[in-house]
Design a protein around this ligand. Sequence first.
Ligand SMILES: [Ca+2]
Ligand SMILES: [Ca+2]
Ligand SMILES: [Ca+2]
Ligand SMILES: [Ca+2]
Length: 287
Amino acid sequence: MRSLAAGLLVLLLSQDAWCARQASLATGGACPLPFTKVGDECFYLSDVKKNWNEARRRCQGLGGDLAVPSDVPALDAFVFGKVEGPGVWIGGTDQYNEGVWNYINGDPIKAQDWSETQPDDYGGGEDCLEIRSYFEPPVNDYVCSVEQHFVCEIGTVPEIKCPKPFIRIGKECFHLSTTALSWNAARRQCKLMGSDLAVPSDVITLDAYVFAKTKGPGVWIGGTDQYNEGVWNYINGDPIKAQDWSETQPDDYGGREDCLEIRSYFDPPVNDYICSVKQHFVCEIQF
Ligand SMILES: [Ca+2]
Ligand SMILES: [Ca+2]
Ligand SMILES: [Ca+2]
Ligand SMILES: [Ca+2]
């Protein structure tokens, strides 16, 4: 039994978060959570303290890497508004080539960002890059094994503006039809609108949106096995995730279920159904 209220809440919250983020953006793309936009870059200040190498692994686990800030004073203001420090790791090291300092992407460290007398390789053992709260400028070389907060960075995701009547859900542009058509006619109708049947990256989010607007029970999306019985993929060739299929589906019930739908009272919602049934459908603009 699905919880429609919970689904709606998730959708509203995510739309709110998105709107808030949109409003805060001057230029460029958006930052995926948990990253925050600072200037044109997406940073995440860790909750935990780790040594430099472990910090880098944590950042890579989030799909990014340690920060390579284009504007060190801006990052410094962001970081030391949130933690006292005193040191916070960023993405530079000379541990593989003593005395040669670059950011991990190969960019040079600007001369004006180094604190006075740094890098000093103090005690012969300072090989990792940090910003230090009471240094100005703040960049310093420090002992890699010290556990302290760190800043991760990730690339922005492109802004997507969905042309009407399509609406944006996550990174995608969907339109729930006002008419009910067979699967093949639905696909033709989507193509007339410059789109195709939907290939949702997140079926659960689409499901929450769709069944807040229509009772269903079934709504077509972009998959079929009518040309190759038993072989299920989305129309763009992507696999249908195992966890999205409703239990015991696809069952090709009666030997005549060849088109993909989401079904309001199935959870997970993906089901194979009879292509000739006329029902609402979701179109998506592919970029
Ligand atoms: Ca060193
Ligand atoms: Ca130093
Ligand atoms: Ca079938
Ligand atoms: Ca079925």
